[in-house]
Design a protein around this ligand. Structure first.
Ligand SMILES: NC(=O)c1ccc[n+]([C@@H]2O[C@H](COP(=O)([O-])OP(=O)(O)OC[C@H]3O[C@@H](n4cnc5c(N)ncnc54)[C@H](OP(=O)(O)O)[C@@H]3O)[C@@H](O)[C@H]2O)c1
Length: 302
């Protein structure tokens, strides 16, 4: 199958593209520099240059592909994440670019469109499990994901199979956010605020990558891509303390986080025990790292 991937050069994309190539697909990847062209070729993909905000150019680039995958994001660096302005490019990618890619996929006669989304907006559900039908309550930092999902449902209504992957918080050794968290942790601080018993969903970027390849087997639908066992903050903080060589970490106080980031940051205090059952049942995908207990030591090893 000829697969077109936007966002294939990032933390998740560099796992997803090799997984797609290994599954036998012929993969075209959007690249924005000579260095990334080489990285794409090294993964077994074919680099292409296209402005994702230019609808006509995207239509030309996507022509001839049977599957379109949109993983393009621009999550601000950790220290900028509470500034609204820092999210502008990300919002445009989740609105304008997602729409352009969905429309181009339909025009190309593609049979499938896969769109990345997020689990962060789910409401606080205490210790009860959260599935794809659970209510969502957005902040300004997450509301553009509604339009990204809408681009997929428009494709699904008129053109072919539309798969939305709602990813939990990614972690990987090459993630800037993990580096920032580790640097706070070495000072004895956990940026994982929130009550001790509040659950938080994560997924290793390697597992997010295999999930993208598995999404080519999924029927139309919205799917949570999270590890098997979301852990309560208390356990997450102690896993991160061990990774940083500390006995314990002091969490950033919730009220301080709210002052810094308002509603957007308040969303990070919720308890979200998200299940991956629907995606596992639909595709047979299973994460290599069932929880942060197994995964976190692999990304913080010296
Ligand atoms: N779950 C989450 O959503 C979440 C939450 C918090 C933090 N994070 C952090 O964010 C990163 C997530 O990994 P990721 O793979 O989603 O992000 P990433 O590593 O930043 O990759 C983003 C991808 O989108 C592409 N892209 C960005 N702006 C573009 C534009 N204007 N036009 C075309 N393509 C564009 C990038 O291309 P280039 O390679 O050319 O830049 C890259 O391929 C990790 O560091 C993670 O820790 C994620």
């Amino acid at each position: 199958m000829k697969v077109f991937v936007a966002g294939g050069t990032g933390v998740v994309g560099t796992r997803a593209v090799p997984a797609l190539v290994a599954a036998g697909h012929d993969v075209t990847v959007v690249s924005r520099s000579d260095v990334k062209d080489q990285a794409v070729a090294a993964m077994g993909g074919r680099p292409t240059r296209v402005d994702l905000f230019d609808a006509a150019a995207v239509k030309d680039a996507v022509a001839g592909h049977g599957v379109v995958v949109n993983l393009a994001t621009h999550i601000p660096r950790f220290r900028d994440a509470t500034r609204k302005k820092a999210w502008q490019v990300n919002d445009r990618l989740r609105t304008v670019a997602a729409r352009n890619l969905g429309a181009a996929a339909a025009a190309a006669g593609a049979e499938r469109f896969v769109q990345e989304s997020i689990t962060f907006p789910y409401v606080d559900n205490g210790n009860r499990w959260i599935d794809e039908e659970t209510a969502r309550d957005h902040s300004w930092a997450t509301s553009s994901s509604v339009e990204a999902e809408q681009a997929a449902s428009e494709f699904g209504a008129t053109a072919g199979t539309a798969v939305v992957l709602r990813f939990a918080q990614f972690y990987a050794a090459d993630s800037e956010h993990v580096h920032a968290m580790m640097s706070f942790a070495r000072k004895g601080i956990s940026v994982m605020a929130g009550p001790r018993a509040a659950y938080q969903p994560w997924v290793h970027a390697d597992d997010a990558g295999t999930a993208v390849a598995a999404a080519l087997r999924a029927p139309t639908g919205v799917y949570n891509v999270v590890d098997d066992e979301p852990l309560p903050r208390e356990e997450i903080r102690s896993i991160m303390a061990r990774g940083a060589g500390r006995n314990r970490l002091r969490p950033v106080p919730g009220p301080l986080l709210r002052t810094m980031g308002g509603r957007a940051a308040a969303l990070l205090l919720r308890s979200q025990r998200v299940t991956n059952r629907r995606f596992r049942d639909a595709t047979g995908w299973a994460p290599r790292f069932p929880s942060l207990r197994e995964g976190w030591p692999t990304v913080t090893a010296p």
